[in-house]
Design a protein around this ligand. Structure first.
Ligand code: NAD
Length: 298
């Protein structure tokens, strides 16, 4: 049935996710520090709040889709400080550390309410088309309670285990995505430098063993994958700043579990350097191809 849903963080992903919830018949209560982001949702029928405690008090379920650990933690502290309803379920769909999930879960359950992690994969296109994969960490009962709502935004809702296990799955996926992205960037460049036609070579790799999401749906070379950010000068999509953040989280969980990640840590260094230089921080992370092609990757 129709629910009151709070949504905090209406960026590249959250804007479309909130829209899909409205389209599914839910009543949306939204917040973002960006006024244009709020205005877009207001035009679709959502109620805009400046005060997130008030937003949460009017919501059966609150979803957060924010940039990073520090912002997610700060936002929840602000909500909790104002007092929360015991029957509200909080779902964080941002990509953050499993440790932060466990600490927020404890804080919120101490106040009698529920908190679970449900990070997503599928990119901005997946958010727009409601085909995201949700990776849920929580109890079986919590998973069953939120599943129908998540289904309005995604096509696969996976129960990964206890609190933090959604993030565990998400971080592993993103490490692999970064590895294949840099891999396909250098592969495409090598093919093009040898004189191969980029489109023809992409068709070959996409029907051969080198195929991946990075080569097929998200090719970093402009003019190959119709919906790839490379076709619009790497605007929108999944920013270099965000993949650098995710790979930092990957590095921590790898250290905690004593797991060797030679390629993952190389990607972490590459994206952290790119991000620190600042020039491409806001561009989609497939911009790594452009930087590499121009001989500026270090
Ligand atoms: P984004 O930067 O486009 O959106 C973040 C939004 O949060 C912005 O609209 C910003 O104004 C808002 N915001 C920042 N601080 C705030 C605060 N204190 N209170 C309220 N709003 C605040 O980021 P995104 O690409 O939508 O990603 C969001 C999260 O989802 C990140 O954790 C990211 O790693 C993850 N993610 C992104 C993708 C992707 O392809 N873009 C895919 C999967 C997961």
């Amino acid at each position: 049935g129709s629910k009151n849903i709070g949504f905090i963080g209406l960026g590249n992903m959250g804007g479309f996710m909130a829209t899909n919830l409205i389209n599914a018949g839910h009543k949306l209560h939204v917040n973002d520090i960006s006024k244009p982001a709020c205005d877009k949702l207001k035009a679709k029928g959502a109620t805009v709040y400046e005060n997130t405690t008030e937003l949460a008090k009017n919501s059966d379920i609150v979803i957060t889709m924010l940039p990073n650990n520090a912002i997610v933690e700060c936002s929840y502290n602000a909500i909790i400080d104002g007092g929360i309803n015991k029957d509200t379920i909080f779902i964080d769909s941002s990509t953050v550390s499993p440790d932060l999930v466990r600490s927020l879960q404890k804080k919120i359950s101490d106040k009698g309410a529920r908190f679970i992690d449900a990070p997503v994969s599928g990119g901005v296109i997946g958010a727009e088309q409601a085909t995201l994969t949700f990776m849920v960490g929580g109890t079986e009962a919590e998973y069953n309670a939120v599943k129908p709502v998540l289904e309005a935004m995604g096509k696969r809702i996976a129960h990964c285990g206890v609190y933090g296990m959604g993030q565990a799955a998400k971080l592993c996926n993103n490490m692999c995505f970064a590895i294949t992205m840099i891999g396909i960037a250098e592969t495409m460049n090598l093919a093009i430098r040898q004189g191969l036609d980029p489109k023809l070579f992409a068709e070959i790799i996409n029907s051969s063993t080198g195929r991946s999401f990075s080569s097929e749906i998200y090719n970093p070379v402009p003019g190959i994958s119709p919906t790839s950010p490379s076709n619009r000068e790497y605007a929108g999509g999944f920013s270099t700043a965000l993949i650098a953040k995710d790979l930092g989280l990957v590095k921590n969980v790898a250290a905690d579990t004593n797991s060797p990640i030679p390629l993952g840590s190389l990607c972490q260094k590459i994206y952290s350097n790119l991000n620190q230089e600042g020039v491409v921080s806001n561009k989609d992370f497939s911009v790594v191809y452009d930087v590499l092609k121009n001989g500026k990757l270090n």
